[in-house]
Design a protein around this ligand. Structure first.
Ligand SMILES: Cc1ncc(C[n+]2csc(CCOP(=O)(O)OP(=O)(O)O)c2C)c(N)n1
Ligand SMILES: [Mg+2]
Length: 318
């Protein structure tokens, strides 16, 4: 991979990681209202996929969606302000973690309903096809979504209409505390693509370069009229299901440590320094920039005004 691109992917992944660790800290201090599911450990998936998208392409996300929003290009300050319930983000502080929309960046929402993004993305892809807009739509979803009717209906519909959509399963092996191997007999998500006569690809979710390549092929195919692909990224969350779940009662410490050892960010850093021909100064420069970016985002969110009380009835149907 081109050095410059690899360094950009490193920077993006680090932004996602540092952002989530900051959210964890602020949430624990009681500063962020609502409920948060953090993306720590899974950064390579959102970053590798979204680096291939155009600003006008669309992403449909999940309950674990801060990383998808950032990777699609929603500014960190806006995502942070939304989590803080402030008025300065595109959802005006009303969406929070799980109902955060920023259509001006092609970010079509996090979603609290498991599996619900799949039919939404499929419908958006039908719209793109009818309008001949050239847009590609990506649906992110977890292993918890693939035994739901929405997965079957969405993939079947996407396949039969040959839609410009890419289905990306972030298989982190658990849906809350339910191990995927206990929830299904066929634990290969990509193999299910064959049932819809779609290509299915399994990729190492800790390897951003591999994800980038798989997503590029799938996105090019979708854009050129070749229809959907199902990508299964094998990944892992280093933290609990949500803030409040220690994540230790249903996973062994050994398993968690083993996956942490395959950290996508550390491993790309090592590769860049060892055989990527990137200097330590360049890597450290990127790291400084990420910290400045995050400080600015937090300051912006903290200082942003709350929504005016007089707007409480806005966006409400009667
Ligand atoms: C339709 C539906 N059923 C159940 C829930 C409760 N729930 C929230 S997150 C979650 C697990 C989702 O697991 P997965 O799709 O694998 O995503 P992950 O949390 O692992 O990223 C469940 C069951 C829900 N939000 N929506
Ligand atoms: Mg899961």
């Amino acid at each position: 991979m081109d050095k410059k691109l690899a360094l950009t992917l490193y920077q993006k992944m680090l932004q996602l990681r540092e952002f989530e660790l900051k959210v964890q800290e602020l949430y624990r201090r009681g500063l962020l209202p609502g409920f948060v599911h953090l993306y720590v450990g899974e950064e390579a998936v959102a970053v590798g996929v979204c680096a291939n998208l155009q600003p006008t392409d669309l992403v449909y996300s999940t309950h674990r969606g801060h990383g998808h929003a950032l990777a699609k290009g929603v500014p960190g300050r806006e995502v942070m302000a939304e989590l803080w319930g402030k008025s300065t983000s595109s959802s005006g502080g009303r969406g929070g973690s799980m109902h955060m929309y920023a259509p001006e960046y092609g970010f079509m929402g996090t979603n609290g309903i498991v599996g619900a993004g799949i039919p939404l993305a499929t419908g958006a892809a039908l719209s793109a096809q009818l309008r001949k807009s050239g847009q590609v739509v990506v649906a992110f979803f977890g292993d918890g979504a693939v035994n739901s009717g929405s997965f079957h209906e969405g993939l079947n519909f996407g396949a039969v209409w040959n839609l410009p959509v890419v289905y990306v399963c972030e298989n982190n092996l658990y849906a809350t505390e339910m191990a995927f191997r206990r929830a299904t007999k066929n634990t290969s998500v990509q193999s299910r693509a064959a049932a819809y006569k779609l290509p299915g690809v399994e990729v190492d979710g800790s390897d951003v370069v591999a994800i980038h390549a798989a997503a590029r092929a799938a996105i090019e195919q979708a854009r050129s009229g070749g229809g959907p692909t199902l990508i299964e990224a094998k990944t892992y969350r280093f933290v609990g299901h949500h803030e409040g779940d220690p994540g230790t009662s249903y996973r062994t410490r050994e398993e968690v440590e083993e996956w942490k050892g395959r950290c996508p960010i550390k491993s790309l850093r090592n590769k860049l320094l060892q055989d990527g021909g990137v200097s330590l100064e360049s890597v450290e420069q990127v790291e400084r920039e990420v910290h400045e970016w995050l400080d600015e985002a937090v300051q912006f969110a903290r200082e942003s005004p709350e929504p005016e009380a007089s707007t409480v009835y806005d966006h409400i149907y009667s």
